[in-house]
Design a protein around this ligand. Structure first.
Ligand code: ADP
Ligand code: MG
Length: 258
């Protein structure tokens, strides 16, 4: 891995004024990811350079194997790049060690997954409280914030229900409330409607629209055009490179049938 230059001064780089200008949430510079499988190298991402601002709603699209999950794992601080630099909120996070990455992840990013990833034995309220428990937030404040997050997704009346007592769409809304409860800089959703029927998918995407209108930055990874059409900007990957990047109408407009 060639992250020699980044590991040393990660914390001081931002302090030294290298931080990107205000309004920029994510800055990727020549980001690359190589997976090594024995003697073979898989270049999952190559030379990805882009910026995402604080108020953006972005869809990352592309065929299977194009690098969507790899890019989302890097942006979400779940993995580290093989080359290039990643700034999140002005802080260089490429090259950070696992503990520091985990701390940044907890503070900055709310994740929404295709499979919801809720605790089966816990109520909706308890599920939403969990990230605050990990942070050591006192129980009263925790409960208050979790209730507010459930209200945001329209599920106040289901707070005592367990996941098995909720529909798929409701489960995903609980997961979204859990992602929101820490007030992250960024909501990162990986195929959030992949396990939902089309009506329920539309409800979830309406909710994302509202959350974006409220000022949340959202990145949705999807292979579905209908889902991507909710975003304002589309980044299309092909063979690990950014093939297109622009307003949703432009990216899908030109010969953009299904
Ligand atoms: P997508 O999410 O767009 O389907 P991925 O980011 O999962 O694409 O994968 C991009 C490329 O990297 C693919 O060729 C895939 O086989 C490879 N890849 C992904 N994860 C790994 C891994 N952990 N080890 C080796 N190769 C991987
Ligand atoms: Mg994937």
């Amino acid at each position: 891995m060639s992250r020699d230059d980044s590991a040393a001064g990660a914390g001081t780089a931002a302090a030294a004024g290298v931080a990107p200008p205000d309004g920029v949430l994510i800055r990727l510079e020549d980001l690359g990811k190589v997976y090594r499988m024995g003697a073979e190298e898989v270049h999952a991402l190559r030379d990805v350079t882009l910026e995402i601002r604080r108020n953006e709603y972005v869809a990352i699209v592309g065929p299977s194997g194009s690098g969507k999950s790899t890019l989302m794992n890097l942006i979400g601080c779940l993995d580290t790049p093989s080359s290039g630099r990643y700034f999140l909120n002005g802080q260089m996070v490429s090259g950070l060690e696992d503990d520091d990455l985990a701390r940044i992840r907890n503070r900055e990013i709310g994740f929404v997954f295709q499979t919801f990833n809720l605790l089966a034995r816990a109520s909706a309220l308890r599920n939403v409280e969990l990230p605050l428990i990990y942070r050591g937030i006192p129980s009263e404040e925790r409960r208050e914030r979790a209730l507010r997050a459930l209200e945001q997704v329209g599920l106040s009346d289901r707070r005592k229900h367990r996941p098995s007592e909720l529909s798929g769409g409701q489960r995903q809304r609980v997961a979204i409330a859990r992602a929101l409860v820490t007030e992250p800089s960024l909501l990162l959703a990986d195929e959030p409607t992949g396990n939902l029927d089309s009506t329920t998918s539309a409800e979830i995407m309406d909710l994302f629209d509202r959350l974006h209108a409220m000022g949340n930055a959202i990145i949705v990874v999807t292979h579905e055009r209908d889902i991507a059409l909710h975003a304002r900007r589309v980044i299309a990957l092909h063979d690990g490179r950014v093939a297109r990047d622009g307003p949703v109408g432009l990216v899908f407009g030109e010969g953009g049938g299904r």
